[in-house]
Design a protein around this ligand. Structure first.
Ligand SMILES: Nc1ncnc2c1ncn2[C@@H]1O[C@H](COP(=O)(O)OP(=O)(O)OP(=O)(O)O)[C@@H](O)[C@H]1O
Ligand SMILES: [Mg+2]
Length: 603
């Protein structure tokens, strides 16, 4: 037996695939669903999604993939941007334009590249606001609704545990509309990585048990599937080798694949008839197996892969080359070796771009790098990327911010490096700009995260310029005022404190602080207005306001807006009302402090 062919043939999962296929059929008939597939790393979520994608393609559906990629600085709404990009690339421009309709302006806030497709696109009406976000979600839904009338659509959002919060909110919004759309959405996530406050956890709590959502938990393969997987279909559970592998791996296909490959390369597969020997060689964790497999590569390949792992889940050969400062050919050979042993994959349709075959591979490599070296590499990468994106940083700001921030020493005073100041400055600057960009894309939670990153760097830098801190706090407070008034008050209050403090000193810049005072005033006014309502029970207050919102918007704004947009689709009254419910539900579930929302909508 050899390790060849392991993992190439899909085994087991008949029940899951049957159910998914039935849901796909149902979606093709105009009754879409959201399916969320959870499970531990390597259990086969992405693979199951790929199998379904293949079936969907064969049956004439459009398949649009997007992947979560939060840590390494992807732009806001990244999974959606990828999925929509896939749609735009595979559809004649005229058709895209027609389906986008008036919503193009809204979607362009999330995907600025739409402006290339539609050069005369009007500017976004009013940038940030709660209604702008609603319009973005609504327009995206309308685009998919329109597009799915030509061909059913399967959207796969892989690795939702690392998607940004705004992307999850968009998913939630769409989920409530799928019932009369020819669109199926399949999301995958590592359940073990969801914290109680993760936006996906909140989403699952809220809509997981509704009829429009199917939660599917993947567990290990059965013993007979394992037998088939490792090429011993005839010997099944009575085969001690199969039993040993099955036990040691809990049927996790990634683990099985890695373990068998490792055994094969150790030359132990021939001896593996003895299950006792096998038990000794199968290490207790996936990471350990991967680590050992990586350890068998050429040292130059390990070096190149390590650098690539610091760049991110996906990387371009050109950047790697520059970071590694290595001979073209050496890098090329290393990358080829990694592709050959299945640790890297070529990104389809790209030139010179690669992806780790599995995120665990990247994580394992990354974790092996000592913190000090990691910072140095991030710094190098930051420099290379900065030069590369010069003049076209927008769209890459989060990535630049990520690498510069990772390059910052945790304790500023302990470094004697004179250039470090520049790194810190750039980390602050890019994080700030990335935050502004996210805010413009109406990715509020993402903007808040990036501003927080900026503030954290200001913390370690000893905060040389309090005005800058106040400024970032103002920006953050402004964004927060749309979704979380308490947080906004805290940020703006802190900014006001700084204003007061440096106001006592010599160098007061009235102009800078004027903004702080104005925003603070505005928010305080809002708070005062709400407090005048003197409703004791916050939940009751929220309920009341939401009810108002539903009634009023149901009858007026949205019904009208939807009616106009869907004049030719009929049934608009009902549609309009559902939109309002969704919007209100969205606000509730998000813990949006309804007042901010309602004030803006009802005012
Ligand atoms: N049913 C299956 N038959 C054959 N191979 C499989 C099966 N399920 C998964 N695999 C293989 O196992 C490996 C891990 O699977 P996959 O990447 O789908 O895991 P995952 O659950 O998406 O993990 P992660 O959470 O880390 O993304 C892949 O090489 C995949 O091809
Ligand atoms: Mg996966």
């Amino acid at each position: 037996m050899t390790a060849e062919g392991i993992g190439t043939r899909f085994v087991g999962r008949e029940r899951e695939l049957d159910e998914l296929t039935a849901l796909l059929e149902r979606a093709a008939g105009g009754r879409g669903r959201l399916v969320l597939v959870g499970g531990e790393p390597g259990i086969g979520k992405s693979r199951l999604a790929s199998e379904l994608s293949q079936i969907a393609t064969e049956r004439g559906a459009s398949v649009l993939w997007g992947r979560g990629w939060e840590d390494a600085g992807a732009p806001p709404y990244w999974p959606w941007v990828q999925a929509l990009r896939a749609y735009i690339r595979s559809t004649p421009p005229g058709e895209v334009r027609r389906y986008l309709g008036v919503g193009a302006t809204d979607i362009a806030q999330m995907m600025p590249e739409l402006r290339d497709l539609i050069p005369d696109l009007a500017a976004a009406p009013d940038g940030m606001s709660e209604s702008a976000r609603f319009r973005l979600f609504d327009s995206t839904t309308t685009l998919l609704r329109n597009a799915s009338q030509t061909r059913p659509i399967l959207i796969v959002l892989d690795d939702l545990q690392s998607a940004d919060a705004p992307s999850i909110l968009l998913l939630r919004f769409l989920a409530t509309q799928l019932d009369d759309m020819a669109v199926m959405v399949l999301g995958t996530y590592r359940d073990v990585e969801l914290t109680p406050v993760h936006p996906l956890t909140l989403t699952i709590d809220r809509i997981g048990h509704e009829p429009g959502t199917r939660l599917m938990a993947l567990t290990g393969l059965a013993a007979n599937d394992v037998a088939e997987y490792i090429g011993r279909p005839d010997r099944t559970v009575h085969d001690p080798f199969v039993t040993a592998v099955w036990r040691a791996t809990n049927g996790n296909p990634l683990f099985i694949g890695e373990a068998v490959r490792l055994l094969s390369s150790d030359g132990q597969l021939a001896r593996a008839e003895d299950p006792h020997a096998l038990r000794v060689v199968v290490p207790p964790g996936v990471r350990a197996v991967i680590r050992r497999r990586i350890g068998q590569l050429d040292p130059a390949t390990i070096d190149a892969l390590t650098l690539a792992a610091v760049i991110g889940p996906e990387f371009g050969l050109d950047v790697l080359r520059r970071v590694a400062d290595l001979d073209r050919e050496v890098i090329q050979i290393s990358i080829e070796e990694a592709v050959q042993v299945g640790l890297l994959l070529v990104v389809p349709g790209s030139s010179g771009r690669y992806r780790f075959s599995h995120d665990l591979v990247r994580e394992t490599l990354y974790d092996e790098v000592a913190p000090e070296r990691r910072r140095r590499i991030h710094r190098q990468i930051a420099g290379v990327l900065e030069a590369r994106y010069l003049g076209s940083e927008s769209g890459h700001l989060a990535e630049l911010a990520f690498h510069f921030v990772q390059a910052v020493e945790p304790s500023f005073n302990e470094t004697s490096d004179p250039d470090h100041q520049e790194i810190v400055q750039k980390a602050i600057d890019y994080a700030r700009r990335a935050g502004d960009e996210a805010a413009r894309s109406i990715a509020y939670e993402e903007a808040i995260r990036l501003y927080a990153m900026c503030l954290a760097v200001l913390d370690v830098s000893g905060d040389p310029d309090p005005r800058l801190r106040a400024d970032v706090l103002l920006a953050r407070g402004d964004v927060e005022s749309y979704i979380d008034l308490d947080a906004a008050r805290a940020s703006l209050g802190e900014a006001a404190e700084i204003a007061k403090r440096i106001g006592d000193g010599a160098a007061v810049h009235d102009r800078d602080l004027g903004g702080a005072v104005r925003v603070l005033d505005r928010e305080l006014e809002l708070v005062a207005l709400l407090l005048q309502g003197a409703v004791h029970d916050r939940a009751a207050q929220l309920e009341a306001v939401i009810r108002l919102l539903r009634e009023r918007l149901g009858r007026q704004k949205l019904a009208r807006a939807r009616g106009e947009a869907h004049d030719d689709q009929g049934g608009r009254q009902q549609h309009g009302r559902r939109q309002c419910d969704d919007q209100a539900d969205l606000a509730l579930a998000r813990g949006v402090h309804g007042p901010s929302l309602c004030q803006r909508w009802l005012g």
